[in-house]
Ligand binder design. Structure first.
Ligand code: COA
Length: 261
């Protein structure tokens, strides 16, 4: 993995564990950290050893408490657009990654932290997790895709309420709204749950998992015909050795061994 200052990364049994490690700043995402995330995800795409990714924050208090406000405070109109587009681009790499990515959320997931969690394919939270888009308190709006992904995930009315009030919600409410997949009592238990999900996915056909990512994401691209994307992706799956293996294994009453090709 690329050398990183703000992200701890560890590969174990096919999973890549990424920990945003700026605990004294509640893991706030500065520009340098975003670039590290970009480099890591560019590498993950081609790394055959990595079958899934877990992203979490250092310490017990925060997942990520937002973009780094000391950098936000220096923006002007010109570079603000680039600032937002850069963050959107990096989070797009996470969302479009063909390996499953799960956010394990402990403590504060605010602003860019909530946006990063939403760019992941799933979110597993500890009971102390708190989600929110408090940018309005700073005179700005979410800029890393939050206005879009929050609306997709929880619907227009609730998304408006959260973004306009800047209120935080707890893990259980986030789960009831569809923002979070699972809530566990502690961060360790949330981590175990995320590992359990990823280990199950690792037994499935990797190409099919990548196609699911593309098809699900296409729902949110207005100019794309998602049904067409689905039919094309379905056809691509059928060209794979994994398709032959999966169907043969079923007929031969044995477990399939997928190779991702
Ligand atoms: N950017 C930069 N620094 C941040 C930060 C952020 N988004 N969030 C927290 N920090 C820093 C604080 O400035 C403080 O640093 P210091 O010790 O050098 O002063 C440190 O992290 C601890 O935060 P603190 O505010 O003292 O903790 P708290 O428990 O009193 O409050 C929060 C926690 C999350 C409620 C509060 O830090 C907060 O509101 N953060 C900003 C959230 C936000 O608006 N995010 C969206 C940004 S677009």
């Amino acid at each position: 993995m690329a050398e990183t200052l703000n992200i701890l990364s560890e590969e174990k049994e096919g999973l890549l564990y990424l920990t945003v490690n700026r605990e004294s700043k509640l893991n706030a995402l500065n520009f340098a950290t975003l670039e590290e995330i970009r480099n890591i995800f560019n590498e993950v795409v081609d790394n055959k050893e990595i079958k899934g990714v877990i992203i979490t924050g250092s310490g017990e208090k925060a997942f990520i408490a937002g973009a780094d406000i000391s950098e936000i405070a220096e923006l002007n109109e010109l570079n603000a657009r680039k600032f937002a587009e850069n963050g959107q681009d990096v989070f797009g790499l996470i969302e479009n990654c063909h390996k499953p990515v799960i956010a394990v959320v402990n403590g504060f997931a605010l602003g860019g932290g909530c946006e990063l969690a939403m760019a992941c394919h799933m979110r597993v939270a500890a009971a102390n997790a708190k989600f929110g888009q408090p940018e309005v308190n700073l005179g700005i709006i979410p800029g890393y895709g939050g206005t879009q992904r929050l609306t997709y995930l929880i619907g227009r009315g609730k998304a408006n309420e959260l973004m306009m009030t800047g209120d935080m919600i707890g893990a259980e409410e986030a789960k009831n709204l569809g923002l979070v997949n699972h809530v566990l009592a502690t961060k360790d238990e949330a981590m175990n749950k995320a590992e359990e999900i990823l280990k199950k996915i690792m037994t499935k056909a990797p190409l099919a998992i990548g196609m699911i990512v593309d098809c699900v994401n296409s729902v949110f691209i207005p100019e794309e015909n998602g049904y067409q994307t689905e039919a094309n992706s379905f056809a691509r799956c059928v060209k794979s050795g994994d398709y032959k293996e999966g169907t043969s294994a079923f007929l031969e009453k044995r477990k399939p061994i997928f190779k991702g090709e």
